[in-house]
Design a protein around this ligand. Structure first.
Ligand code: SF4
Length: 68
């Protein structure tokens, strides 16, 4: 994803089992290798992880201004 991965959009490198196709390969973005998963991001299961990640995406989304 040369322009970066927008919030709410799955990475194109995820396979059908939601595993990274680039894991262990030099083409994997450096940022992905430095991101350390933790309970505050992953929760205890997939449902908790999705809720936590959605909240993080909302909290860090760019502000859209309306000029009228
Ligand atoms: S680790 Fe990086 S490249 Fe792999 S699926 Fe996740 S965001 Fe995409």
């Amino acid at each position: 994803m040369p322009q970066g991965k927008p919030a709410g959009v799955p990475c194109v490198q995820l396979d059908d089992a939601l595993r990274c196709r680039l894991f262990g390969h030099p083409e994997r973005p450096a940022f992905c290798g430095t991101l350390k998963p933790g309970a505050d991001m992953c929760g205890a299961n997939r449902a908790e992880a999705m809720a936590l990640l959605s909240a993080l995406e909302r909290a860090t989304a760019p502000i859209t201004l309306s000029l009228s």
